[in-house]
Design a protein around this ligand. Structure first.
Ligand code: FES
Length: 328
């Protein structure tokens, strides 16, 4: 460790927790810095695939999730990009104002709940910092020789991270739409008529995701995959009375009252479940369901994953019936 550098603890309760060194920090757009992370002894980092994110621990003991946006074939460094969020909880301000090259940070993961599935063509739609998980997807599609286009919106041109890297490498396939020059993304024009053989991947602020979901409503099932930064607004749970959760492998049954999450209840009953965001956005606590019907209240699972009812995110999701049986 270099003199005067800081060392943040590794995240608790997440997979592959490790301490990495910040080897570079640079501005990549107005209000956005990229961090390059490497193992202190230069050893290889866990592999990842496009759409993956890592957990970064912060001095207050909380963790934040950031998409990996570097070269997945570089086995020795990770790159993330962090938007300064003045209304946030302080994590981005810490990264922008205090974290420096030479500091060590606690990192968990990578994990991928936004995987790139095979398709004849892709339409990638990014809003602002939502470019980060899509950047490695663009590179992957290019590598595979698959047809793709990127529609990338942002407040202003200078606020759009990696715009030069994208346009210099991919030219016409990338359509940059700074809002102050062109207005909002013209989704109808870009999506065109519903068709098979195209997957739409979207990441960005909630209004953009809602608009893309509406625009894709008539497209074939499973066309659209989205990644959210913040939890979806949820109505009250469908059940206002307790339900039981059986932990099949642990051999215990616990009662989940309305004021307690399933995650909390199963931990109290002795099950060891990893968690990170505890808001239904990161996917860390994904748990197999053996019996019963979960009430999915997360922002991670796709519609077909929800309807399969064979897994749930117990930090936010609950039960529709009297009983759930989990593979814990
Ligand atoms: Fe993040 Fe449950 S801990 S989804």
């Amino acid at each position: 460790m270099v003199a005067n550098s800081v060392e943040l603890p590794v995240p608790r309760g997440v997979a592959n927790a490790a301490t990495l060194t910040v080897t570079a920090k640079e501005p990549v757009a107005d209000g956005v810095v990229s961090l390059t992370l490497a193992h202190p002894d230069g050893s290889r980092l866990p592999d990842w695939t496009p759409g993956s994110h890592i957990d970064l621990s912060l001095p207050d003991g909380t963790t934040r999730q950031y998409s990996l946006c570097g070269d997945r074939w570089d086995a020795h460094t990770y790159r993330i990009a962090v938007l300064r969020e003045p209304a946030g909880r302080g994590g981005s301000a810490y990264v922008h104002d205090q974290l420096s090259p030479g500091d060590r940070v606690g990192v968990g993961g990578p994990r991928n709940h936004f995987p790139l599935v095979p398709s004849r063509t892709y339409l990638f739609i990014a809003g602002g910092i939502g470019i980060t998980p899509l950047l490695p997807m663009v590179h992957q599609a290019e590598l595979l020789g698959t047809g793709w286009q990127l529609l990338y919106g942002g407040r202003t041109r200078s606020s759009m991270a990696f715009r030069e890297e994208l346009t210099a490498t991919h030219g016409e396939r990338v359509r940059l739409v700074p809002q102050d020059e062109f207005g909002l993304l013209d989704l109808a024009a870009r999506l065109g008529t519903p068709r098979t053989g195209t997957k739409v991947y979207c990441c960005g602020p909630a209004p953009l995701l809602a608009a893309v979901e509406a625009a894709c409503a008539a497209w074939p099932p499973y066309t659209l995959r989205v990644e959210r930064f913040t939890a979806d607004a949820q109505s009250a749970p469908v059940r206002s009375v307790p339900f039981e959760v059986e932990l099949r492998r642990t051999g215990r049954t616990t009662t989940v009252t309305p004021d307690v999450s399933v995650l909390e209840a199963v931990r109290r009953a002795g099950a060891d479940v990893l968690s990170s965001c505890e808001q239904g956005t990161c996917g860390t606590c994904l748990t197999p369901v053996l019996e019963g019907e979960p009430e999915h209240r997360d922002s991670v699972l796709a519609d077909h994953e929800r309807s399969a009812n064979d897994c749930m995110l117990p930090c936010v999701s609950r039960s529709r019936g009297d009983r759930l049986v989990l593979d814990l």
